[in-house]
Ligand binder design. Sequence first.
Ligand code: CA
Length: 242
Amino acid sequence: MANILILEDDIDLSSLICSHLLSMNYQVDVCDNGATGLKQAQAHEYELIILDLGLPGMDGLDVCKTYRQSNELTPILMLTARDTEIDKVIGLEMGADDYLGKPFSIRELQARVKAILRRQNLLLQARQSNNTEDIISCRGLLINPAKRLVTCKDKSVNLTAKEFDLLYFLSSNPGKVYSREQLLDQIWGYTNSYYEHTVNSNINRLRAKIENDLSQPKYIITLRGIGYKFDEAMICKNEAVL
Ligand code: CA
């Protein structure tokens, strides 16, 4: 049974969400203040945080950003009355996993919650299965999808969840070219091309963590006007992996 934290200062709305999630047999905590909610989130194990953007105490974006610095796993579903494109982009950049603009239907919320928790379960199972056969070995880089660990020249690399997903997806399909739109759909589950720059900024951050020379990336190659690919020449096929 999943534990869900709702951070929402509109008491009527949080009660409504709470009662529907309880009816789905989830355990629910509710908090109406950003700063207190952040502490609550950090002090407990949650499987999902439903986070309002406009909160007293601490803004939802700051809660998201601060929480992500210490916890990469718990998914965040952001709620906002400010249903503008720019907010969505910023939310995704700050580490939110999904987005719901107010007003939304309770059915839509329930569907999103189920989908996020299902994805999260698959991810946790993959972590626990610890299947070393799935490790991708590249020149200077080891990618372990079961543990979601990446080492670069034997040093572990600290990647965000989306940076890892991007790297793993591209490297497990070496040589194949993907457009920003395809990556956005694949990694974020979004189809609106407005968010394509989210792909660029994640690729840039990822490169900064794994590439020696940013002016000449070796692993993820940019094909101008087309998209990105993982250089198949960097994959080691026969190297023994730990
Ligand atoms: Ca609010």
